[in-house]
Design a protein around this ligand. Structure first.
Ligand code: SF4
Length: 320
């Protein structure tokens, strides 16, 4: 039986014990294809709350939004406070309940590098100062990482911290990126991966299977490309439709057909046979366990999904 390098196994090997990723969602963060600088409305499937379960409805009074040209950030004190509160709440819970003793701070919601440099530095410095934090994982897009930020992240690595940039790639097809309103092309992704790894920062690529008008062959081609460009980790998830998104409208109009569980699981089996043993497979499932989920219904329960996937993988000699 071939054992996949899951994130739990990787952390155990790397840090000698369990490490918990602590999800952080901060007020004021947004995305350049939501705020109008590149596009409006965001990706057609984006409902950040369903992708980030810990995202809470934050103070709506303030209209300040992060971007690269914001000269002063009146929200910084509040963001630092939220970071501290969320870190201690989660870490104490996981310590008490599961005996976890080490943490990686995961800046998860929206585009977490889309903010003034000083703001990012203040937030990352603070996160790394918390007790038993081994590093950071930062969710972003390939067009939102400035060179000076990579320098800073490289300095953290030199000081012994483990830093991951999680790039939302989703597909390597420009046509798909356009259809889904990603507001960037795939050009430059390979270079971005190389620049990131050159600083000692690890690259995790996110892919979505089941995007509109994509065949299984196209999805596997996206996987082959990111593997060829050089990644340290990967997250693959099925596209599911959340109420209130533009994808929901397409689905209701009969213009989008979600991926079936059988097709997705076959693709996962094939994918895990292609992914090298030293690439950390951080995720192979996704869903929304509430009434925001419109389709497909099999994405409602991640436990059932995982049991099904594990059985399929076992049948071909792979343990996840
Ligand atoms: S890039 Fe991410 S945060 Fe931005 S709109 Fe798309 S899914 Fe949402």
């Amino acid at each position: 039986m071939r054992v996949v390098l899951s994130v739990g196994r990787y952390f155990k090997k790397r840090f000698g014990g369990r490490v918990r990723k602590i999800p952080i969602s901060l007020q004021g963060f947004t995305c350049p294809n939501i705020d109008g600088s590149l596009a409006k409305g965001g990706c057609i499937y984006c409902d950040n709350e369903s992708f980030s379960p810990s995202l809470i409805k934050l103070d709506k009074i303030s209209q300040v939004k992060m971007n690269f040209s914001l000269t002063t950030n009146p929200l910084l004190e509040k963001q630092l406070h939220q970071l501290e509160e969320q870190f201690y709440w989660h870490s104490e819970f996981h310590q008490r309940k599961f005996g976890v003793g080490k943490y990686m701070v995961y800046f998860q919601s929206y585009t977490n590098t889309y903010a003034p440099f000083d703001t990012l530095k203040a937030l990352y410095d603070k996160a790394l100062s918390f007790p038993n934090v081994v590093g950071l994982s930062i969710g972003t897009r390939i067009d939102c990482v400035e060179d000076r930020l990579l320098e800073l992240l490289g300095e953290y690595v030199k000081n012994g911290k483990e830093i991951w940039l999680e790039y939302g790639i989703q597909s390597v097809y420009d046509k798909t990126l356009e259809l889904t309103n990603r507001a960037h092309s795939i050009a430059g992704a390979k270079e971005m991966f190389e620049k990131t790894r050159a600083k000692g920062v690890k690259v995790c690529a996110h892919l979505i299977y089941g995007l509109p008008e994509e065949s299984p062959e196209m999805m596997l081609h996206s996987l082959d490309c990111v593997l060829e460009w050089g990644i340290n980790g990967i997250k693959i998830h099925p596209l599911y439709v959340v109420n209130g998104t533009r994808l929901a409208k397409l689905y209701k109009e009969g213009k989008y057909e979600p991926i079936t569980m059988e097709c997705f699981s076959d693709l996962i089996v094939e994918s895990l046979q292609r992914i090298p043993a030293d690439v950390v497979v951080q995720r192979i499932s996704a869903g929304a366990h509430d009434d925001t989920l419109l389709a497909p219904k099999w994405c409602f329960d991640k436990n059932i999904q995982m049991r099904y996937l594990r059985d399929k993988l076992k049948a071909v000699g792979i343990e996840y």
